[in-house]
Design a protein around this ligand. Structure first.
Ligand SMILES: *Cc1c(COP(=O)(O)O)cnc(C)c1O
Length: 410
């Protein structure tokens, strides 16, 4: 071996992240119980014991999605790949697809349709408004040959919830399938896949499930599988081709497809166990009660939400930045002085809103109070008139009326 031919090894320390309270648009805080699960020994991904755990993950995901769909499993990648998997498997070149866009993620769906060489019909709504069912009905009437309707349930960029049940009914009346983005809704607000008749849905591990980022649970119903099986062209992506992935995820005849992220799946298993232990309905109620408490506190600070009451997401609060307040200074101070991360506005809403996420474990009474106290302090530093303690007092009043323990996980 010649000396001096190797590039010198970098001399760097281990990475120790700071402790943060994650109240942005995701990821949400991961409990130690889930991190501990992740630290268990790595075993082979074709080990029968690992296969048993994978089967349990599928059972737990069916509970979370409220479905009996056998094609329900986590894709080994972030939720963006869950989104892409739905489009790449279900959209063939030339297929007409109606996409509803009322924020960042709807626009991303539209981009996916174009890249699958589908024919895009875009139905747009203002950022901060839900998808308008009348516009969808009109688009379906104008395009009776549309095969798919795609929309976002919980638009994380704006804090808006759209009516999945109604939009799915419209699509089915016009013989189109639906693809639903449930990344920010799963675990935090009802996602009733079977009851609502959703054909294909994807979610993420790091928002309402409070697991580490990097996994994307998906579920396909019978009509979606039929569409996939009747394709005339092969799926253009090898990794995402569900025909191939399925052979890997099906117990009994598992064969190598890709190496599953073994330890990340332990974490997902644990976080889904926690959701099942608390119960979906208890989790939805906790999110709602903490949202109402946060809102009361924000109003006591003189702040208002972007979204009208009937379409607000309890897990993602878009707070209007008041005149005379520096948006970046607020977020910087929250993070640097209080270790609280909140999100900025994106695209059309950049500089106009803060996004306060109360997702999964992050939706707790402690976090609401911590957030309100920190906001009170950083706004006061900018000369905003505040009566000290009023925000937390207002929040506490809400919990007093919704039940003392409503804010806490079971
Ligand atoms: C976060 C998010 C995504 C993308 O998830 P990643 O894990 O970041 O890829 C997609 N859709 C919505 C609605 C989201 O909030």
């Amino acid at each position: 071996m010649e000396t001096g031919t190797v590039i010198e090894a970098p001399q760097l320390p281990s990475f120790y992240p700071p402790q943060r309270i994650l109240l942005g648009p995701g990821p949400s805080n991961v409990l130690q119980r889930v991190l501990d699960a992740m630290a268990r020994p790595t075993i082979g991904h074709l080990d029968p014991r690992f296969g048993e755990m994978m089967e349990q993950v599928k059972v737990l995901l069916r509970y979370a999605f409220q479905t009996e769909n056998s094609l329900t499993f986590p894709i080994s990648a972030p939720a963006s790949v869950g989104m892409e998997s739905c489009f790449v498997n279900l959209v063939e070149p030339g297929d007409k697809v109606i996409v509803c866009a009322n924020g960042v993620f709807g626009r991303r769906m539209a981009e996916n349709v174009k890249r699958c060489r589908g024919e895009l019909v875009l139905v747009e709504d203002a950022w901060g408004k839900p998808v308008d069912p009348q516009k969808v009905e009109d688009a379906c009437l104008a395009h009776p040959d549309a095969r798919i309707l795609a929309f976002v349930h919980a638009e994380t960029s704006t804090g808006v919830q759209s009516d999945v049940k109604l939009l799915t009914e419209i699509a089915h009346r016009h013989e189109a399938l639906v693809i639903v983005d449930a990344v920010t809704s799963l675990g935090s607000t009802p996602v009733l896949v079977d009851k609502w008749g959703i054909d294909a849905v994807y979610a993420g591990s790091q928002k309402g499930l409070s697991c580490t980022p990097g996994l994307s649970p998906i579920s396909f119903g019978e009509r979606a599988i039929e569409k996939l099986k009747s394709r005339k062209t092969p799926v253009s992506s090898w990794f995402m081709d569900l025909n191939l992935v399925l052979a890997y995820w099906n117990q009994g005849r598992r064969t190598y497809h890709h190496t599953a992220p073994v330890n990340a799946l332990y974490a997902l298993h644990e976080s889904l166990l926690m959701l099942a232990e608390e119960g979906l309905e208890a989790s939805w109620m906790r999110h709602r009660s903490n949202h109402l408490a946060l809102l009361a506190g924000l109003q006591a600070l003189g702040l208002e939400l972007l979204v009208e009451e009937q379409s607000r997401l309890p897990q993602l609060n878009a707070v209007l930045v008041p005149a005379g307040v520096s948006e970046t200074q607020v977020r910087d101070d929250m993070l640097n002085l209080h270790d609280v991360e909140i999100g900025a506005g994106l695209g059309d809403l950049a500089g106009k809103i803060f996004r306060v996420g109360l997702m999964g474990n992050g939706s707790s009474r402690t976090n609401v109070n911590t957030c309100l106290l920190a906001l009170e302090s950083v706004l006061a530093a900018q000369g905003w008139k505040i009566s000290p303690g009023a925000a937390v007092a207002a929040a506490e009043q809400v919990w007093a009326s919704t039940g003392r323990m409503a804010g806490e996980a079971g």
